[in-house]
Design a binder for this molecule. Structure first.
Ligand SMILES: Cc1cc2nc3c(=O)[nH]c(=O)nc-3n(C[C@H](O)[C@H](O)[C@H](O)COP(=O)(O)OP(=O)(O)OC[C@H]3O[C@@H](n4cnc5c(N)ncnc54)[C@H](O)[C@@H]3O)c2cc1C
Length: 407
């Protein structure tokens, strides 16, 4: 096979778009295949952490995202009576001492605009299979024909066709969350004593998380039992009343849900691909890892996967062009090993956070006491640094190849 693009990227979500932008910035040609379905309703991820913003800045997308986003100063853990502990984002090092809250669809729109501006080619189709030989890999399309690339990126989400067609298994990591993994997500317009600058979690009898959004909106995330009514305005109001902050004397009353924009229920599981590479086919984003939304890590990890994958593909193609085939292969392996380990770390950390938030009732007083004590230690700042992604520097590619554009 002869390749017609340096990389064919299956999936135009945040991961695939980031990879396409990063490859193009390095002078490589990228084709994105995506069915182009409307993803603006029920937007999933919200929080873009500092380490991801640093990557988006290099991609040329941070400014439009920041112009719309709400800046969150910290993630607070609360009892109904008040603060237990908080992980501060406002003391993070670097240019982004905050976490940006913005709908995933807006982050994707900024990446899509940038990709179009850079001349990324988009093909509206579903990929149905992948094949490869020594020289290239090919993606079969449901509209007929196929696209060839020197590399193929599977950024096609949790139910990845690329992953399945490449024979990579996606085992459940075995965490038995039961009802604790049933969640409702809702965007609401709310009034009353709404905190507009912190992410607030209330891990009481069931979890409630309130996250400020642009335009005065509020994202509500709550655990719900199977069959429990949760997707209408009065049910969301009940969840806030029964789990959220108790109205304080002298305050302006309780949080009132004035309008429900949308709500949906989902059940999460933890899955990790057994490998991120088969020959010229590489996985990134949800195609390689999915986990609890607690800590807001999924999209962040995916965007960083996309960036580091583009870096690895470019370096590998440079090595290939210089006739260094072993090195070309080692560079892709370095990506695969590094990103699987990063995903494993996130899955372990979100699992720990999840267990802490869903501590059984007899343990909760002790847990709350432990949170109050750790509030006086460096642990919350360390947690904020971990969540920020600033420590996730990607694979240390043997000696980093430089790009013509200096990216
Ligand atoms: C309810 C919920 C809440 C979440 N909250 C957060 C959060 O707060 N913070 C956070 O960081 N993350 C969160 N996430 C995770 C986040 O949404 C994902 O991690 C992120 O969307 C992954 O991006 P991706 O590009 O890898 O995959 P996706 O966003 O799934 O994009 C995959 C793309 O591939 C396309 N595609 C699929 N199959 C094919 C095919 N065969 N051929 C061509 N194209 C294909 C799809 O149409 C889609 O455009 C949440 C997820 C859920 C479900």
């Amino acid at each position: 096979m002869d390749a017609s693009a340096d990389a064919v990227i299956v999936g135009g979500g945040p991961t695939g778009l980031t990879a396409a932008v990063a490859l193009t910035l390095r002078g490589r040609s990228a084709t994105v295949v995506d069915p182009g379905e409307d993803r603006s309703v029920g937007s999933r991820a919200l929080v873009v952490h500092a380490g991801t913003l640093a990557v988006l800045e290099k991609a040329g997308c941070a400014a439009p995202i920041l112009s719309e986003a709400v800046q969150l100063r910290s993630m607070r853990m609360n009892s109904r009576r008040g603060l237990l502990t908080h992980s501060p984002f406002d003391t993070l090092p670097g240019p982004y001492p905050f976490a940006a809250s913005i709908h995933q669809a807006r982050t994707e729109a900024a990446l899509r605009r940038r990709a179009e501006e850079l001349g990324v080619r988009f093909v509206t189709a579903h990929a149905t299979g992948v094949d490869q030989d020594e020289g290239a890999a090919a993606v079969a399309l449901d509209v007929g024909g196929f696209l060839e690339g020197r590399a193929v990126v599977g950024a096609d989400g949790m139910h990845s066709t690329v992953r399945e067609a490449s024979g990579i298994t996606f085992p459940d990591t075995g965490a038995a969350w039961g009802d604790d993994a049933n969640m409702v997500l809702a965007d609401v317009v709310a009034s009353g004593p709404v905190d507009r600058v912190h992410l607030n979690a209330y891990p009481g009898s069931g979890l409630l998380v309130l996250i400020p959004l642009p335009n005065g909106r509020l994202r509500v995330l709550a655990s719900v039992r199977d069959g429990e009514r949760a997707e209408d305005l009065s049910a969301i109001q009940e969840l806030i009343d029964s789990r959220g902050p108790l109205p304080r004397r002298g305050s302006s009353g309780r949080i009132i849900v004035d309008e429900l924009e949308w709500a949906s229920r989902f059940h999460f599981r933890h899955h990790l691909a057994e490998g991120f590479r088969v020959g010229r086919v590489l996985l990134a984003g949800d195609a390689g890892h999915v986990h609890s939304p607690v800590g807001g890590q999924g999209m962040n990890l995916g965007i960083r996967d996309g960036w580091y994958l583009a870096e690895a593909i470019d370096a590998s193609l440079q090595a290939d062009e210089a006739g260094e085939r072993e090195r070309a292969s080692a560079l892709l392996d370095a990506y695969a090993t590094n990103r699987r380990a990063a995903a494993q770390g996130v899955i372990a950390a979100t699992g720990r956070m999840h267990r802490m938030l869903f501590a059984p009732p007899p343990v909760r007083p002790l847990r709350n006491l432990a949170m109050r004590i750790t509030a006086r230690t460096p642990a919350p700042a360390r947690q904020a640094l971990g969540l920020s992604g600033l420590l996730d520097r990607g694979p240390q590619l043997l000696s980093r190849a430089s790009s013509p554009t200096g990216v």
